[in-house]
Design a protein around this ligand. Sequence first.
Ligand code: B12
Length: 298
Amino acid sequence: MLRIGELSKRSGVSVELLRAWERRYGLLEPARSSGGYRLYSPADLDRVRRMREHLAEGLAAAEAAELASREVDAQPGDSRPASGLNTLRRDLADALERFNEPRAQSIFDRLLATMTVGTVLSEVVLPYLHELGERWQRGVASVAQEHFASAVLRGRLLGLARDWGLGVGPIAVLACAPGEQHDIGLIAFGLALRSRGWRIVYLGADTPLEMVEQVSLTLDPALVVLASVSEERIRSIAPQLKDFADRQTVAVGGSAAQDDRLAAIGVHRFTADPVVEADRLAAQSPARVGRSVGHAGS
Ligand code: B12
């Protein structure tokens, strides 16, 4: 393992530039010495050399970094654990934990350059948030870390949501139940459904049910999805929800969907993760969505 000065000597790239490449493009993946110094591996050296080559070939810096990383990660002799994905997942968690927003963004860029949105959601974002929640509950992650990480990820996901209302596919109206602020799972669901051709109309957190009803009268969506982490929140609107579900296909997602009494009032339950549920839904023809969506029968 090399300290940054040694890496600079061997690669012929200045220490300042190495730091910039690490910060901006996530090109380097240092470990930490017990004294807190960054330590760089032979794979880092290889990435820097390739980056230089690609720059000399005329590629833009972001492209050169992306390509260099992919080439090194794809090498059979790479001794880092399951390279690419695991490393990026770990680095993202590390950057978020250290409140390093630019680094988190650049890792996210790399994830999106090499994987589909669905894979990024189901392999990185959702497991990370789940783990973060557990660490927060155990008191290992602070409230500040949890707020910071969820704000960065939520912002990023909403950035991907631009134009998710475009097209000719079936419309899904998405809203959080009244009083509910947890909307990241719902946004992830919208993105996954969008990537399967649906159009998304997103109403966001804490939406009164009457508003959702009004919008669905105007738009005639194939499906309305309400998200909530709290079964009580959904139970408290059960009578109105039942009436709504008589006229409109409605599903509940998030942990509130565990309540099997929802089926009795004609509301479908999305009990799996957002990407799995979007996949199931997209596998059906829009005409059948109303009859067979989710787990209403269960
Ligand atoms: C981030 C977070 C917040 C953020 C939310 C930011 C945002 N815009 O979403 C903020 C800081 C605002 C917040 C506030 C609060 N939170 Co909070 N929060 C969390 C945390 C850490 C992560 C939640 C998250 O986004 N996870 C990512 C999602 C995707 O994963 P998931 O929630 O596990 O959901 C799974 C499934 O349910 C499903 N899913 C989820 N949504 C959807 C939607 C659809 C359509 C589908 C198909 C599937 C699906 O996908 C996931 C599996 O992959 C959890 C901890 C935890 N263990 O979950 C607590 C947690 C959800 N919060 C909790 C609480 C109590 C609160 C507060 C009351 C805290 C307070 N005292 O202020 C407030 C309540 C605000 C409100 N009125 O809603 C509790 C909820 C308990 C409960 N069941 O009611 C949790 C579980 C923490 C805990 N153990 O106490 N919180």
